[in-house]
Design a protein around this ligand. Structure first.
Ligand code: PLP
Length: 467
């Protein structure tokens, strides 16, 4: 028997075929040739595995396959999706959608020149690190501040600046994994610091910290906020103010990895108590690290807040350059922070906060509207009480009472429907509960309803040629 791979046409033959002319015209020769090569490689691999490919000898097959690939190649890799999961800070879906004014500020700075490192009054060189500082100090009571790439970067910079080659005391109850392999002990080590573990998983006392510091070689105390899990039962931990007292007495700084970055009172959002950076500083922390895109609801950033000397040392660390933010981020952080000057405005204008605070009555009304819009295009759905989540590794276990739109499973069951919703344009990401697709209006942004209705209608009636 002859090797079936020998019947596969050559890339040259495919590219020279009439069927390929249009693709070359449309996408240019280099891209079209690359697609032809990929098609040949795909069929070769398939045949080599013993899977016969019908029409493998026909150049037309490769033209069709290449056309599909070239079309898909024009769809941006990173693109907008509709988050219908009800998880507000969905890490996989880009965490925080930012406020309109923040997006506008970012676009304006991105498109043109700015005074990123220019002092307009003096006509001299300025510093990118000056932007946002006054606002951050005003909002949190800090003496100085530094914005870096994200909270993880903030922690690396803080540890490397304060404790390179020295010990850092951390409670065993706080040696946590934040997510995506970001573990406090590893970060500490990579920052050049030495981990000094104290206490036990469930109980750590002030005396444990004191004893460890008395041994010597300790440059800082680190408190890590357990943002993504809860510890209950026989537990004990040392408060920030007690740790701050010990730090002062020992002549070393107290660092606080807070993470979430909530600036308004949690009860404004109807959420349980959550420490804010201003509370941490008031308790006597020397340096607090928070995330810009968790509960602050801004662009991805890490924010360090503390005393002047401490923050000056961070700025002078050569690593600061490697972790620095770009002008676009700074513009977005500044515009977001400005909204916090008025707490009420923050909750209405910052999408993250607005979605968290959305009352069940409003969500129920939006769910009813969605059901009516779906009925108008022939899709049956019902409104049911449902629960959203804060997400982003914050508020574990907390649920947000609301209302959801529940669709019948339809062809291929709930998984089939969810898959079709995902693969259209724009992709719609849903949750499946009790074998039904559930749409949570909480995270469907204003203006996305029409697209959502259209996509659900499309996905509910799968046409053989359309999918
Ligand atoms: C989320 C979080 C981080 C990491 O923040 P990024 O901005 O995602 O880098 C670090 N520490 C804590 C306590 C967190 O909650």
């Amino acid at each position: 028997m002859t090797d079936p791979r020998r019947s596969i046409p050559s890339v040259d033959a495919i590219v020279a075929s009439d069927a390929f002319l249009e693709l070359i015209e449309c996408y240019g020769r280099p891209r079209a040739v690359r697609a032809a090569r990929a098609a040949v490689e795909y069929v070769r691999a398939q045949v080599a595995r013993g899977d016969p490919v019908e029409g493998a000898a026909d150049v037309g097959l490769y033209a069709v396959w290449a056309a599909g690939e070239l079309l898909r190649g024009d769809v941006p890799s990173l693109r907008a999706v509709i988050n219908a999961t009800g998880v507000v800070l969905h890490t996989n879906l880009g965490r925080a959608p930012i406020a309109a004014v923040a997006a506008e500020a970012m676009a304006a700075v991105a498109r043109g020149y700015s005074n990123l490192e220019y002092d307009i009054d003096e006509g001299t060189r300025g510093s990118r690190y000056d932007h946002c500082v006054d606002l951050l100090c005003e909002l949190t009571g800090a003496d100085d501040a530094l914005v870096v790439n994200n909270n993880a970067a903030a922690l690396v910079l803080a540890l490397n600046t304060v404790a390179r080659g020295a010990g850092v005391v951390v409670s065993r109850g706080e040696l946590v994994e934040i997510g995506g392999g970001f573990r406090i002990p590893d970060i500490l080590e990579r920052s050049g610091a030495r981990l000094v573990e104290v206490g036990s998983t469930n109980r750590t006392r002030l005396a444990d910290y004191r004893t460890a510091i008395e041994v010597g070689g300790v440059a800082a105390i680190l408190k890590v906020h357990r943002s993504n899990f809860r510890m209950t039962g026989f537990t004990e931990e040392v408060s920030l103010s007690e740790l701050a007292g010990l730090a002062k007495e020992s002549g070393i700084p107290l660092l606080h990895d807070l993470g979430s970055g909530l600036l308004v009172e949690a009860d404004r959002l109807g959420l349980p108590e959550e420490p804010r950076p201003q509370d941490s500083l008031a308790a006597g922390t020397d340096l607090v690290a928070v995330s810009g895109d968790k509960l602050m609801g801004g662009p991805q950033a890490g924010i360090l807040l503390g005393g002047r000397e401490m923050v000056a040392a961070l700025r002078e660390n050569p690593l600061c350059r490697a972790l620095r933010v770009d002008k676009v981020t700074l513009a977005g952080v500044e515009a977001t922070l400005r909204l916090y000057r008025d707490g009420t405005q923050a909750v209405t204008d910052i999408p993250t906060l607005r979605m968290l605070a959305a009352p069940p009555s409003e969500l129920e009304a939006r769910a009813q509207e969605m059901v009516a819009a779906l009925a108008a295009v022939g899709v049956q759905a019902v409104v049911r009480p449902g629960q959203g989540a804060v997400g982003g590794g914050t508020y574990p276990g907390a649920t947000l009472a609301g209302a959801t739109v529940v669709l019948g499973p339809g062809a291929g069951g709930a998984d089939g429907l969810a898959g079709r919703l995902r693969t259209g344009d724009p992709p719609v990401i849903v949750r499946i509960l009790d074998d039904c697709v559930v749409i949570d209006p909480r995270t469907v942004l204003p203006g996305q309803e029409e697209d959502l209705t259209r996509r659900v209608a499309e996905a509910s009636r799968p046409s053989p040629e359309g999918q």
